[in-house]
Design a protein around this ligand. Structure first.
Ligand SMILES: C[S@@+](CC[C@H](N)C(=O)[O-])C[C@H]1O[C@@H](n2cnc3c(N)ncnc32)[C@H](O)[C@@H]1O
Length: 155
């Protein structure tokens, strides 16, 4: 199996169906998914497995018991945080192999210490008066651009 050296990370996700959909995306693209716990559900939640279908077994899933454990393992080159608070648009960023695309929790995004730890912060441009995009859709948009730029799509 060809694997991209990009990776995805979810900070304390709280909706199992979103994590399942992102696991499926990661499995299909050959990308590792880091899940930073605690999650708002148990990781083999029935709803997550249903959204991820049988792709759950094919995904490279790495669990980290906390934000600190994730930082200590540092399983990435640059940490690229996707946040509505960033000024820079993702499509104008030059992604590189080793980049880890980090997404916040559905209910609250990420705390300040996570913002501070990011090497790069990017946003997906949206029309005014819209709060945010579903995290699984945001992950698909940004991972697609990063794979395109790094020639990382499976062949
Ligand atoms: C539902 S959103 C979180 C909304 C949360 N209330 C907040 O204030 O951040 C879940 C995650 O999706 C990603 N996301 C959603 N829309 C985005 C956008 N327009 N630009 C960048 N990231 C976005 C971010 O990683 C965000 O933390």
């Amino acid at each position: 199996m060809q694997e991209s050296r990009l990776s995805l990370a979810l900070y304390e996700p709280d909706i199992p169906q979103n994590t399942g959909a992102i696991l499926r995306l990661a499995a299909c693209m050959g990308v590792t998914l880091h899940v930073i716990e605690p999650c708002g559900f148990v990781l083999d939640d029935r709803r997550m497995r249903r959204a991820g279908m049988d792709y759950v077994e094919l995904a490279a899933l790495v669990r980290h018991e906390s934000w600190r454990a994730f930082l200590a393992a540092r399983p990435f080159g640059r940490l690229v945080l996707l946040t509505t608070a960033a000024e820079r648009a993702y499509a104008g960023h030059a992604f590189g192999n080793g980049d880890c695309l980090l997404f916040g929790r559905e209910s609250a995004g990420v705390p300040q210490e996570v913002h501070d730890a990011a090497d790069i912060r990017l946003r997906i441009p949206m029309l005014a008066e819209r709060r945010s995009i579903n995290v699984a859709n945001a992950a698909a948009m940004v991972l697609g651009e990063a794979l395109r730029q790094t020639d990382g799509f499976p062949r």
